[in-house]
Design a protein around this ligand. Sequence first.
Ligand code: ADP
Ligand code: 5GP
Length: 189
Amino acid sequence: MSSPAAKPYVISAPSGAGKNTLINGLMNRFPGRFAYSISATTRKPREGERDGEHYYFKTPEEFQAMISEGELAEWNEVHGNFYGTPRGPVDILLAMGMSVILDLDVYGKPNFDKAYPDAVGILIVPPSIEVLEQRLRGRGTDSEETIQLRLKNAIDELAFANANGKYEHVIVNDDLEEALDTLAGIVNA
Ligand code: ADP
Ligand code: 5GP
């Protein structure tokens, strides 16, 4: 069986819906099949995060220079920090026949589509706002204030994605294995 054509797959979700869990699950299920697009960010590294592996960590000045030089396919300010997709690696990977997984917030997706009109959009949603709240608490990485902000943002993000996002696929991440099967089915289609 021949491999499906190389494409960019943009995966978005409100924080806590399970996007990172699903992306990691997908990459583990198909080792070497997909490349992960490493974003540039002005956010400070979290414990265990390495430059060039999780993100390219930049100063605000360096990030601004990347914008001025046209190096970013899209960029956005998320929760007070800047995040953007370096265009060069995406182009090289696609030219090599590798499909690329991109983790973008919902507001970055329409901008990415302008540069890559063949991008496939996948929106991960929680089964309910109550479950999203439980997952954010269960993850244990956010303060109460941050959890409340993320819940409020989730409602705005889902409304924006619905109106402007052009997501071809919406996956309700209720049972993890089922959601992973659905995601695997989409990228293998
Ligand atoms: P995101 O990347 O969207 O912010 P995470 O992948 O960090 O979300 O998941 C948030 C929390 O929810 C984590 O603690 C994760 O283990 C848990 N989680 C993810 N998917 C499920 C699921 N289907 N059922 C139960 N818990 C889940
Ligand atoms: P975190 O700081 O938790 O790693 O990511 C915060 C948010 O930034 C997530 O919603 C993630 O999807 C988004 N994000 C990460 N990289 C990019 C990017 O390159 N572009 C855009 N638009 N959003 C990004």
